[in-house]
Design a protein around this ligand. Structure first.
Ligand SMILES: [Cu+2]
Length: 255
């Protein structure tokens, strides 16, 4: 539990920079601390309990082609895994999330090397699929309530984002990637991705990788040619719209 506290302190100390990310995870009642970008790197790099890939700044990524878009900067593999059974929820915990506009997407990718070993898997080769996403809940694009706004507590208590691992997912080792896309700067989207390692148990029979229509490379899935990514939310014809279609492939629910 002390690791959790350390992570939260790290964010308190640096929240002036006004960004953030997924700091910890919970499955059931168990907390799994992530990498504190402002904590002791030497300690965390050698930590056998680490389940989250390394990230060293909570600044956003601006370029849709940036190599770090897959698992942040530098994205080095962790040594451990979060155990989870297909059908269970995993919750990502954020603190002081300050942005309010834009979608949030949870992705999985099978660690598709010979040993099915995420600790040696290159995320740039991953075939990612969505398992859940949250968008505009009510109102209009500029002033309405997005999940990104609704989930944030603003007081330092953990802001929680839960998604379900599809029940029919075949057991194995997977990357999970939580991505917040913030759209408050006109035509300058901000991407906040973090990755963790999952050891999925269960009796699922569905393919390790869902059908091709669900799979994307990251970077690759986003581009400045997409009107949902490259937009000015303050332009009247955009700001007043009450529908925002989250771009990318459909969510794979496993059925
Ligand atoms: Cu920010």
């Amino acid at each position: 539990m002390w690791q959790v506290i350390v992570s939260m302190i790290g964010v308190l100390a640096h929240r002036v920079s006004a960004h953030g990310g997924a700091l910890n995870y919970t499955v059931g009642e168990t907390w799994y601390p992530g990498y504190d970008p402002y904590g002791d790197q030497t300690m965390q790099d050698s930590a056998d309990w680490m389940v989250q890939r390394k990230w060293i700044t909570n600044d956003p990524i601006f370029e849709t082609s940036n190599h770090s878009l897959s698992c942040n900067t530098p994205g080095n593999p962790a040594r451990s895994y979060i155990p989870i059974t297909a059908g269970q929820n995993i919750t990502a915990a954020y603190a002081y999330w300050v942005h309010t506009v834009g979608p949030m997407i949870a992705w999985l990718a099978h660690c598709a090397n010979d040993a099915n070993d995420c600790t040696t898997f290159d995320s740039s080769t991953a075939d990612w699929f969505k398992i859940g996403q949250k968008g505009l809940l009510e109102g209009s694009i500029e002033t309405g309530v997005w999940f990104q706004k609704a989930f944030s507590h603003w007081d330092g208590s953990p802001s929680l984002w839960s998604e379900t691992i599809p029940k029919s997912l075949k057991p194995g080792k997977y990357l999970i990637r939580h991505e917040i896309i913030s759209l408050h700067s006109a035509n300058k989207p901000q991407f906040y991705p973090e990755c963790a390692h999952l050891d999925v148990k269960g009796s699922g029979e569905a393919a390790k990788a869902p059908g091709k229509e669900y799979l994307v490379k990251i970077p690759g899935v986003w581009s400045m040619d997409q009107p949902e990514i490259n937009l000015d939310i303050y332009q009247p014809e955009v700001s007043t719209r009450t529908e925002y279609i989250i771009p990318g492939p459909s969510v794979w629910t496993g059925s």
